[in-house]
Write a protein that binds this ligand. Structure first.
Ligand code: SF4
Length: 268
């Protein structure tokens, strides 16, 4: 019996989740709990029923609506959507990206989907937090054309505080992947005053220099939508509201990596 999985969205014509035009499948479930998470609906693995509160314009009262987050799907259902856009993947050098949440959190489902894409000669990317058992990465390495690998914070204690887990496993997994000559783009979500500091970016640079295998970096400007979504889902706001980085600030961050020979993308 092929595995089923829980997803919360399938985004068509995505252009920031890897090369070309892509379909991005968002898995539910993530082992981390980042304070800035811009996909809080992905945190829990199962289908959720939540109350969404919104204020009626001009009235002094709220309405409460129930929303179902996520759905259980079969491989066939996901592939039916994916296969509708093969012509766009072929013309643009695109494909499918599995994101989340953490796609490796549903490893059987992910493996089966990657295999199905390979059977149809579709380019595959996996957008990962890196927080998964090394043996799960070993299961899928042969089926993944590109890893989009998040590095957030190099200081372990701050990582624990702001994401709920140590960064050791994440760094170890990246070192192992790098030894296997896989195609890897490191993605750094730039959280103002937290991950976009000189100190943190220099520590990421020093780590990548030591690996000496990854030469492509993507800097992701702060996404304020996360704050709105947390409000919508009645989740605690653990960070003070922040602004997206200015163009100048993004250029300074990108310049640090370019100066050391990295190919840098800003914004996916
Ligand atoms: S790793 Fe990504 S999906 Fe998981 S909590 Fe952090 S920001 Fe959210």
């Amino acid at each position: 019996m092929p595995p089923t999985g829980t997803i919360f969205d399938i985004k068509k014509y995505a252009i920031h989740d890897g090369p070309g035009i892509r379909t991005t499948v968002f898995f539910k479930g993530c082992p981390l709990d980042c304070w800035w998470c811009h996909n809080p609906e992905s945190r829990h693995t199962g289908v959720e029923r939540i109350e969404v509160r919104s204020r009626i314009h001009g009235a002094d009262r709220e309405i409460v609506k129930e929303e179902i987050i996520g759905r259980e799907v079969t491989i066939k259902e996901v592939m039916t959507e994916v296969l509708k856009d093969v012509i766009f993947y072929d013309q643009s050098g695109g494909g499918v990206t599995f994101s989340g949440g953490e796609p490796l959190h549903q490893i059987d489902f992910l493996t089966a989907l990657l295999q199905a894409c390979k059977d149809h000669h579709i380019h595959t990317a996996v957008d990962t937090s890196g927080c998964a058992p090394p043996e799960d990465f070993a299961r899928i390495n042969g089926l993944v054309d590109l890893y989009l690998y998040d590095l957030k914070l190099m200081d372990e204690q701050i990582h624990v505080k702001l994401t709920g887990a140590s960064n050791q496993l994440i760094l170890e997994n990246l070192s192992i992947l790098a030894q296997h000559d896989l195609d890897i783009q490191v993605r750094v979500p730039l959280i103002p005053g937290i991950t976009d500091t000189e100190e943190n970016l220099d520590a990421i640079l020093a780590y990548l220099d030591r690996l000496n295998k990854v030469n492509e970096v993507c800097l992701l400007p702060y996404n304020v939508l996360g704050e709105n979504k947390r409000r919508k889902f009645n989740l605690p706001q653990r960070l003070e509201p922040r602004q997206t980085q200015s163009k100048d600030m993004l250029e300074v961050c990108a310049g640090r990596f370019r100066a050391r020979g990295y190919l840098v993308h800003v914004g996916g």
